[in-house]
Design a protein around this ligand. Structure first.
Ligand SMILES: *Cc1c(COP(=O)(O)O)cnc(C)c1O
Length: 418
């Protein structure tokens, strides 16, 4: 959804307030036009003979979103065997899925091997086990270049104490394992963390990975992970994708000339592709004035959108019902019995109970991080495509809340009447 000066537009002139009428609130809404725009931005920024964009599907795993990415020509980046299974179930070819797990069991990795997807290994002990049993299966190795990057310590993965990847300082050991076991290394990978602002930092990491790459003879691809930042508020800078594209492409071409063949350049963005495509629509239940604050309490909470509480993330909030009202200062809070504050001292057009608010940038890591805390239902999801809206996830019901709970026999019998 485009949000400019409190004007709200979905592609094809679909009115978000109509969607609330039809599907109810709270409601996640995704717009394929924005997904396409973001995908094309990346694809057009890089000029290399072989480019592959693998959508990091943990950002938003709805099967319709995955199908749309397949339609656009993307591959998938997955972090669990379940994500691998979803990807396969919507029709991705195994070779178009890369599996990048962290701290999973070897059994889970074996399941992914059996499915034929690309395996990315981020631990030397796993590499050893892999090499002893699967010399014939080519692998990718995740390297941690120890570049400090990322918007918060929770999402930065490249630093020295990070649990992710095999340290760049352990390359001699990696080579020893590769030689001893005869593993074929077909890819090298890094993913330093989210929210990289500076093409220079990214290039620094790339340089480290390319230096290491010269020591592997069988490479088919190099995967630079993600970290593409999007703007969450008016003056935020988003990653300058054109600048990054030009610089990385030039450097990568030089590398390939030197290496002796064209490798595939891979990226695996999540947030950049889907964040802006999503919005979250909620209804205001109460407006509550205390001595110091005017609260607007909404029909949602950290169970539906946890990023503000978990990462101190900022989501712009707009009053869709009152596009012309005077702005006032509000603190937006949820209905969970816990402090779940979405935004403090926000200037929002004057709110009345029953108004519909819109959270921007709600496509990535919002719905997928939802829970049933307080036994609340997870919201419905709608996809807007070429002027039409489609329900892509129904709102949960009491049945969903209770379906996995089992009544122990003792409560059926002995204890019932005591
Ligand atoms: C989460 C993740 C990504 C995507 O990160 P974004 O910040 O959403 O672009 C890419 N690669 C790996 C290995 C990840 O775990």
């Amino acid at each position: 959804m485009e949000l400019k000066d409190q004007q709200y537009r979905l592609s094809g002139d679909v009115d978000p307030l109509d969607l609330c009428e039809t599907y109810g609130c709270p409601l996640y809404v995704y717009d394929t036009a924005i997904i396409k725009r973001q995908y094309e931005k990346i694809v057009n920024a890089f000029s290399v003979p072989k480019l592959r964009i693998n959508y990091a599907c943990k950002a938003l795993t709805n099967i319709n979103i995955l199908k749309y990415f397949k339609h656009l020509g993307a591959g998938l980046d997955t972090v669990s065997i379940q994500e691998v299974m979803i990807g396969l179930s919507v029709g991705f070819n195994p070779e178009d899925i890369i599996y990048t797990p962290n701290c999973v069991s070897f059994e889970e990795i074996e399941m992914a091997i059996a499915k034929g997807v690309k395996i990315n290994i981020d631990n030397i002990s796993i590499l050893e086990q892999f090499g002893q049993q699967y010399q014939d299966v080519p692998v990718c190795i995740r390297i941690n270049p120890h570049i400090m990057a990322g918007g918060s310590s929770k999402i930065s993965t490249g630093h020295i104490d990070s649990k992710f990847g095999i340290s760049i300082h352990q390359m001699p050991l990696v080579h020893r394992v590769v030689e001893a076991t005869g593993i074929k290394v077909e890819g090298l990978h890094m993913h330093t963390g989210s929210d990289i602002l500076d093409a220079g930092v990214f290039l620094q990491g790339a340089e480290i990975l390319l230096n290491v790459a010269n020591d592997f003879e069988d490479l088919a691809y190099i995967d630079f992970g993600s970290g593409f930042k999007v703007a969450y508020k008016a003056n935020d800078i988003e990653t300058d994708i054109e600048e990054l594209g030009q610089k990385i492409s030039a450097r990568f071409k030089r590398f390939c000339e030197n290496y002796g063949r064209d490798l595939t350049l891979m990226f695996e963005p999540g947030k950049f592709l889907v964040s802006e495509a999503g919005s979250f629509l909620v209804k205001v239940n109460v407006v509550k004035q205390t001595t110091s604050t005017v609260f607007a309490g909404i029909d949602s909470g950290l169970n539906h959108l946890i990023r503000p509480m978990f990462y101190d993330a900022h989501h712009d909030i707009f009053n869709l019902s009152k596009p012309k009202a005077k702005p006032r200062i509000y603190t937006i809070v949820g209905y969970i019995c816990e402090t779940d504050t979405f935004g403090v001292n926000r200037k929002i057009n004057e709110i009345q109970e029953g108004d519909i608010l819109c959270f921007a940038n709600a496509g990535a890591y919002c719905s997928t991080m939802g829970s049933n805390y307080n036994s609340r239902f997870r919201p419905a999801e709608v996809l807007v495509h070429e002027g039409q809206s489609h329900l892509i996830r129904r709102r949960e019901t009491m049945e969903d809340i209770l379906k996995n709970q089992i009544e122990a026999p003792l409560f059926k019998e002995a204890l019932v009447n005591t």
